[in-house]
Ligand binder design. Structure first.
Ligand code: SER
Length: 893
């Protein structure tokens, strides 16, 4: 029975028994206690805990699940997948143990021609929790299972929770006996390979607290209702119903194994270590593709790191199978073909998915190439010493310098029969983290401690921000702060921090730079340099006292520079419009990850795997400028977080929002973002906007930069002036200018090439004469000469080679040439085989002459070169070279 059919029968069975079919949740469901969805019940957790009222009391799903605790087991045994599909039926305070057991029994034992899975009742065993007599009794009465095929186990095996605080309860697992070929008799408590667990029925009735993952945690008390949560492993059922040996050979994974056979030229099924590698690739490839499809990208922490590790293990295993070429695109394709009937997004999103996998592969291949050499050296050195353990320092260096994850070092060491000092490695890692933290702390020097601001806030209260409504506020000075803390006053010329009771000045936040302007009072004037909000509620102005004396308590008039603010609003609204345009052109995954804007300028970082073409960029620019022309209304409204979500407002990553949130919309739903910034009233006020650059700022993150408003106009005007000037210079008209420039550049390149050819010929023209000047130095034909000024390092190299060739191979010959070019003193030496047989090497000659011209050099035995700076030393250098040759390979004293 194919996997698709197993899935269909499950949902069908429960749908006909009043269960609502729910789609799978994403693998990265937003549960802060979990890295990945690790069970079918995760999306229902609030119902189980009684935090939300379920809209139905019976549900069924096929949930995507990722578990990496057992990653080492993958491929080595018959049953561990990192990604798998879990079929489940759920009851929220509806049916309980008896019905759950009856459903499961009926579905697995009903004959296949009557919609069931057709397992032989005689092959079925179950386990129950130690004291769960009720479940044990039900297996006998409902299913007719004999007592000897019902086994009892403790908390670790038969009490289920997510491994973290949340719902939990005793469970009962269903096992299929695969027969004596697979191991000893005696039920699952004796052998978990012969007896394969296919289904777990959890009787979810308690809530657990923090503690161990499987045992040693407190039970906090009963849940509001008794619930059922079951999970049937689709892969395991497929393995049994398809009569294959292990989960990696079922219909959804075997195509990847077959493709890997093609790619590597090796055969699967030889029962060697290769088989494990094939299975690891098949398993991990599916996990990686499904993770990328759900929005995870390779990284160095959290989910990104898990993905990176999976991808790297695939690539390494492919290499171990003898495949040196990139494999990720093809392997991703095999996964897509197998999985897309259930997950059609794998087809529509394939380019993005394969793109991430491919780029990670490229990066890792580079890492591997350099790191593997270092690893081999370290392993050899360890063995030479008679050691069996790679030091923590070596593992750390591989990690720090070559990006080798520790798991990879462990794996490679294992293949060499070596251990790794993991404790040493971890303590070096901890040391490095401590250093980084200390550095970061030291860099903060010069700033007031946050507690100083908290004290001010406690004493004078929060500052009221008036800047959405007005640009000028009448205010009073509540506090003045200097580098050392509170001040009563500040005199002319001083730079201090000022807190007002109310202010129109926008403090830098949400990517928007702070406002500029002036604050003035009786005889005192302040220039505002910066505005920050160091603690929530407190707005602090950095000011320079340009006139008079500032005293605490003074009444002042605070005034934002209107031109500045208009520019700031244009830039911030422009940022929202660019974001909306990017998502319109590229799709909804092009989500902003950071931004910065100030009058006239904006930049925006967004998730996107590769560079945008010039065509795409002008499309984005066009969407932006059309939105400006339509003069879309800009509105700010206040709501709560669920309200904002309902409106589809984009809450950007890493930001936190209080109960009341501000949503800024441009053109209604076209652009809705949670935002505290200042904005124009209609999009036409943004004015022209021109994208000026697009580049990568991190793996998977691109940045666009733009100028806006009058700055955009000036930018475009300057571009036009440039085009005009170029046209004038190159002649002709604007329409022909580009062709003319291209033609001119082409001719220039050709001329340069020709020139280089002629120069080489000219330089080599002197070779015959140089060779003719060879002298006998202690039996060696020696040429030591200064070449004409202007012959550079590359040419010198060609020349020594050529002269050496002319001296023939019969007798030892050494050529040393020194020149002067571009203020430097390049030199080169060549030695033929016969000279090297005498122990005279080009490297040693160069090393001997270099100091005379204050230079350095090096190279191989046959050819070496370098360069110095002292033009006066050329003669001495040639003499030193000759002495070196005369000494016949022995360093002259
Ligand atoms: N939550 C249980 C499990 O994951 C049953 O679905 O095994």
């Amino acid at each position: 029975m194919k996997t698709a059919e197993i899935r269909r029968r499950f949902l069908d069975y429960f749908q006909h028994r009043d269960h609502v079919v729910r789609p799978s949740a994403s693998l990265i469901l937003d549960d802060p206690t979990l890295l990945f969805v690790n069970a079918g019940m995760v999306q229902f957790k609030p119902y189980l805990l009684g935090q939300e009222t379920p809209p139905f009391t019976r549900a069924t799903t096929i949930q995507k699940v990722l578990r990496t605790e057992d990653i080492e087991e993958v491929g080595a045994d018959a049953r561990h997948n990192t990604f798998f599909e879990m079929a489940g039926n759920f009851s929220f305070g509806d049916y309980y143990k008896e019905q759950a057991i009856a459903f499961a029994w009926e579905l697995i034992t009903s004959p296949q021609d009557r919609g069931g899975y057709g397992f032989d009742p005689g092959s079925i065993w179950v386990t129950v929790y130690l004291d769960d007599d009720e479940a044990a009794g039900l297996w006998q009465s409902v299913a007719g299972l004999p007592e000897e095929r019902i086994q009892r186990r403790g908390m670790k095996d038969n009490y289920w929770s997510m491994g973290v605080p949340g719902p939990c309860g005793p469970d009962s697992e269903i096992w299929i006996d695969r027969g004596p070929d697979y191991g000893p008799d005696g039920g699952p408590i004796v052998d978990e390979d012969r007896f394969l667990e296919i289904w777990n029925l959890v009787f979810m009735e308690q809530e657990r607290g923090a503690g161990g993952a499987k045992e040693d945690y407190p039970i906090l008390g009963p849940l509001p209702a008794k619930n059922i949560d079951t999970g049937m492993g689709i892969e395991r059922v497929a393995c049994l119903l398809q009569g294959v040996d292990n989960v990696y050979e079922s219909d959804l994974l075997v195509p990847t194994i077959a493709l890997t056979e093609q790619l590597t030229g090796r055969a699967y099924g030889a029962r060697s270590v290769d088989d494990v590698r094939f299975r690891v690739i098949a398993d991990h490839a599916r996990s990686a593709v499904m993770l990328i499809a759900d929005g995870v990208t390779p990284g160095n922490t959290g989910r990104g790191y898990v993905l990176r590790r999976l991808l790297r293990r695939i690539i390494r295993n492919a290499r171990l199978l003898g495949c040196e070429d990139p494999v990720m695109r093809q392997i991703s394709g095999a996964v897509r073909d197998a999985m897309s009937p259930s997950y059609p997004e794998l087809v529509t999103d394939f380019d993005r998915i394969a793109g991430y996998a491919e780029r990670e592969e490229e990066a890792f291949r580079r890492t591997l190439a350099s790191g593997t050499t270092i690893f081999d050296q370290a392993a050899a050195a360890t063995r030479d010493r008679g050691g069996t353990t790679l030091s923590g320092e070596q593992a750390f260096r591989l990690h720090d310098t070559y990006g080798f994850p520790i798991e990879l070092t462990l794996e490679m060491a294992g293949e060499h029969g070596l251990a790794v000092d993991e404790t040493g490695f971890r303590s070096l890692m901890a040391e490095q983290r401590r250093k980084a933290q200390a550095d970061a702390a030291a860099n903060k020097g010069g700033h007031l401690d946050l507690s100083a601001y908290r004290d001010v806030l406690d004493e004078v209260g929060a500052s009221v921000f008036r800047g959405y409504e007005e640009l000028q506020s009448e205010a009073s000075v509540r506090a003045i702060l200097g580098a050392e803390g509170r001040l009563a006053e500040a005199g002319e010329g001083e730079i201090v921090k000022v807190v007002l009771d109310r202010t129109p000045f926008y403090a830098e936040s949400g990517g928007q730079d702070s406002d500029a302007g002036r604050i003035a009072g009786d005889g005192v004037e302040l220039e505002v340099l910066d505005v920050q909000r160091p603690v929530k509620g407190l707005i602090v102005h950095d000011v320079r006292v340009t006139k008079g004396e500032l005293v605490t308590g003074a009444a002042v008039h605070a005034e934002v520079d209107g031109e500045w603010r208009l520019g700031a609003c244009q830039a911030h609204s422009g940022t929202h419009v660019v974001h909306a345009a990017l998502r319109e052109v590229l799709g909804p995954t092009a989500l902003q990850s950071g931004s910065y804007n100030k009058p006239g300028y904006l930049r925006l970082d967004f998730a996107w795997p590769s560079g945008l073409s010039a065509g795409t960029l002008s499309e984005v620019e066009e969407v932006v400028n059309l939105a400006v022309r339509r003069d879309l209304p800009v509105r700010a409204l206040y709501t709560d977080m669920p309200g904002a979500k309902e409106m589809g407002a984009l809450a950007l990553f890493g930001e936190t929002y209080a109960d009341e949130v501000r949503v800024v919309e441009i053109g209604g739903p076209w652009s809705r973002e949670l935002c505290g910034g200042t904005h124009v009233a209609g999009s036409a006020q943004i004015g022209p906007l021109a994208l000026t650059g697009e580049f990568s700022v991190a793996a998977g993150v691109r940045r666009v930069e733009a100028v806006v408003g009058i700055d955009a106009f000036r930018f475009l005007a300057a571009e036009r002036a440039l085009a005009s000037a170029l046209t004038r210079e190159i002649g002709g008209t604007r329409d022909t200018a580009l062709d003319r420039v291209r033609e001119t550049v082409r001719r220039l390149r050709a001329a340069e090439k020709e020139l280089a050819r002629l120069r080489t010929r000219q330089v080599l023209a002197g070779a015959g004469e140089l060779a003719g000047g060879a002298r006998d130095v202690n039996g060696v034909a020696f040429v030591g000469a200064r070449v004409p000024d202007g012959i550079g390092g590359g040419e010198l190299r060609t020349l020594v080679n050529n002269v050496r060739g002319r001296l023939g191979a019969d007798r030892p010959a050494v050529v040393v040439l020194v020149g002067t070019a571009d203020g430097k003193v390049p030199f080169a030496a060549a030695a033929n085989d016969a000279a090297r047989d005498r122990g005279i090497t080009a490297g040693a000659v160069v090393a001997a002459l270099a100091p005379a011209v204050a230079g350095r050099g090096g190279g191989k035995d046959d050819l070496a070169q370098g360069s110095g700076t002292d033009r006066e030393g050329v003669a001495a250098a040639l003499a030193a070279a000759e002495r070196q040759v005369a000494a016949g390979g022995i360093a002259p004293v």
